[in-house]
Design a protein around this ligand. Structure first.
Ligand code: NAP
Length: 605
């Protein structure tokens, strides 16, 4: 092939120089190879439009009956990644997609849509991700329009170790039908082994979207492997980088009940880049002692070869590196009930025992089930019944401006406790905290476009981060110091005891002294007769805090989603009532507005 025929219509024309360069590059390639390049380019274009550049600007195009509108709501980045992959596949297959983050979507356009796909996660107790709160409320609410002309599909993401698995996806799927819309594909539900569970659904949904839109499937593309956005051979979730450990230090005192470690990793040679607010993904290895507990409980031989999903590995390796051992799921409870035949387990799975079942999930790891309800397992059945071990995300605790681009820091609280007469661990925290210097750890970067410092560096920032939730704020303060940002920085930090658990104490004190940090408010919960939490400090400082927000400050919360983030949210509403003269409803609306504006953002899980 010597000449390039420009496809029509092209929204942006290539310069003559670039056209001739491209023509030289593709000269001699076969049709399949050219299709592959088309797919790769689409993936790169999706990444440029929706990843590296922010996807939070209003969409340039209006609903168009020949296109699929793809909305995503993502808290930790997984729904965003799936949506981008779906868009890339779709576009490379000839089906144009309008990909928009939920909070950038003009809700009034919903009534005009003809084809809509929503990819959305569910947070801990059945809540939507922050960027999709407005969309979910609008669709659920009275002002939602009739949608009889709409064809749609929903892909929900969730974690089946929580009772409210995929609740938001289910809720949207049902509500859209109630509003008169018709599914072009059935509801998809992806568990934490996201890619494995979403892939077959995506293939089917894409085909159904094409049929619904009347777009033919190009035969060559149907079989082509489309590279995921992230391309360029950069390390990814699927192919992580082996980062070496530069430092691993315990940063709480010896008598602290919970070990917290500060880790420094080298990204040298990886090509990985990050910004403050991003997370680092870690592929952990399960604690060897836990693997030992499993083999002993099941009387299985760790050396036994087990073939599964096209690979044969010794059972101990499956359990150590490939299978999820620390999170209990409904699927495993059901499988173990069937394998062991215990009536109690069968009973707890019934819908009328939902509360007891939720209690079981919250208090037991799978090993506890094996001990409490012994039953036989064959090694191959066991490996097939367990979920794949999924990567864990940690908020990055460093700014590349301060520590160099090839270095990344993280803050890890080691989960280790006794229960039911045996030691228990958290998989990733036990793995990371035990790493020796020079050991390597498989990592990738998970970007978080919502959790960013204000573009206008004159804005003040308020950071609320109890426990290891303080991690990204170390990155923020470092970054604002390096850039000489003009705005003020105010940190609320809390932990159990001042003398034992004051994470990064010396750094905060130095930052206060140097002017990199302007205010620091502390809440040590177990030092006094009554518990003191960060939200108590927020209330005490309510007047000033409200004034900062009214002056345009950005507010960030990081840490525990189930209790802390809710209590902080309630405290902020109370502050707006007390110091802004709002009614409770108006205060809630004021806070919701801050969320929508991206001036109140949370990194909580
Ligand atoms: P933690 O021990 O769970 O709690 C830290 C402090 O918060 C303690 O003083 C605790 O007090 C207090 N606290 C308890 N309930 C609270 C509530 N309702 N409101 C406000 N404060 C409350 O801290 P951690 O073990 O470091 O865990 C922090 C959380 O952050 C975890 O859920 C983790 O998943 C999440 N997270 C971590 C990262 C990271 O990069 N490491 C990033 C994002 C999120 P008492 O214990 O005395 O009650």
């Amino acid at each position: 092939m010597n000449a390039l025929v420009a496809p029509e219509p092209l929204p942006v024309a290539l310069s003559a120089e670039k056209t001739s360069l491209l023509a030289r590059l593709v000269d001699g390639l076969a049709a399949d190879e050219l299709y592959w390049i088309a797919a790769w380019s689409a993936a790169r274009a999706g990444q440029a439009r929706h990843g590296l550049r922010r996807a939070d600007t209003a969409p340039a195009t209006a609903p168009d009956p020949s296109r699929l509108t793809l909305l995503y709501g993502s808290q930790t980045g997984n729904a965003k990644r799936l949506a981008e992959q779906f868009a890339a596949r779709s576009e490379s297959g000839g089906l144009p997609v309008r990909l928009i983050r939920a909070d950038a979507y003009p809700l009034r356009e919903l009534a005009k849509e003809t084809h809509l796909l929503i990819v959305i996660s569910t947070q801990g107790e059945g809540e939507p991700p922050d960027d999709a709160r407005g969309l979910v409320e609008f669709i659920a609410g009275k002002r939602a329009p009739r949608l009889t002309g709409l064809r749609y599909a929903v892909l929900g993401l969730g974690d089946s170790s929580y009772p409210q698995f995929c609740a938001i996806g289910r809720q949207l799927d049902e509500r859209l039908a109630e509003l008169g819309a018709t599914r072009f594909a059935p509801l998809g539900e992806a568990d934490v082994d996201i890619d494995a569970s979403a892939a077959p659904w995506s293939v089917g949904a894409l085909e159904q979207a094409r049929q619904s839109l009347g777009t033919a499937t190009p035969a060559t593309v149907r079989s082509a492997t489309v590279p995921a956005p992230g391309g360029r051979g950069l390390p990814s979730r699927e192919q992580p980088f082996a980062a070496s450990v530069l430092a691993n230090q315990r940063i709480v005192s010896r008598d602290s009940a919970r070990a917290v470690h500060h880790l420094e990793l080298s990204l040298e040679g990886s090509g990985l880049r990050y910004a403050p607010g991003d997370a680092i993904g870690i592929r952990p290895t399960n604690p060897p002692a836990l693997v030992g507990q499993w083999l002993q409980a099941l009387r299985l031989d760790g050396g036994e070869d087990v073939a599964h999903a096209g690979r044969t590995l010794p059972l101990a390796q499956w359990l150590g590196q490939e299978c999820e051992l620390t999170r209990l799921t409904r699927a495993f409870v059901a499988a173990h009930a069937a394998a062991s035949g215990h009536a109690d387990l069968m009973r707890v799975l019934r819908t009328e025992h939902a509360a007891a079942f939720a209690g079981l999930l919250a208090s037991h790891q799978p090993i506890d089930l094996l001990h409490r309800y012994p039953g036989p397992w064959r090694a191959s059945d066991l490996v097939a019944a367990l979920r794949p071990l999924t990567p864990r995300l940690y908020s990055i605790a460093s700014s590349p401006r301060a520590v160099g681009e090839a270095e990344v820091h993280l803050t890890v609280a080691r989960i280790e406790y006794e229960a039911f007469g045996a030691p228990h661990w958290g998989a990733a925290s036990a793995f990371l905290s035990a790493l020796a210097e020079d050991a390597t750890v498989p990592v990738f970067i998970e970007s978080n476009d919502r959790f960013r410092l204000p573009a206008d560096d004159a804005r003040d920032i308020i950071m609320i981060g109890p426990g290891t939730g303080v991690a990204p704020f170390r990155a923020f303060v470092q970054d604002r110091r390096e850039t000489g940002a003009r705005g003020r920085n105010w940190l609320f930090f809390g932990n159990r005891h001042f003398t034992r658990d004051f994470l990064y104490q010396v750094e905060w004190q130095e930052a206060l002294k140097s002017g990199a940090l302007h205010r620091l408010d502390l809440a040590f919960s177990r030092d006094g007769a009554r518990k003191t939490y960060v939200q108590h400090r927020l209330r005490e400082q309510g007047r000033q805090l409200y004034a900062w927000l009214e002056d345009g400050a950005h507010l960030y919360v990081c840490g525990d989603a189930s209790h802390m983030a809710r209590d902080v949210h309630d405290a902020l509403i109370d502050i707006a009532v007390a110091h802004g003269g709002h009614s409770p409803d108006a205060a809630s609306a004021w806070l919701a507005d801050l969320l929508t504006q991206g001036r109140y953002v949370r990194d909580v899980y």
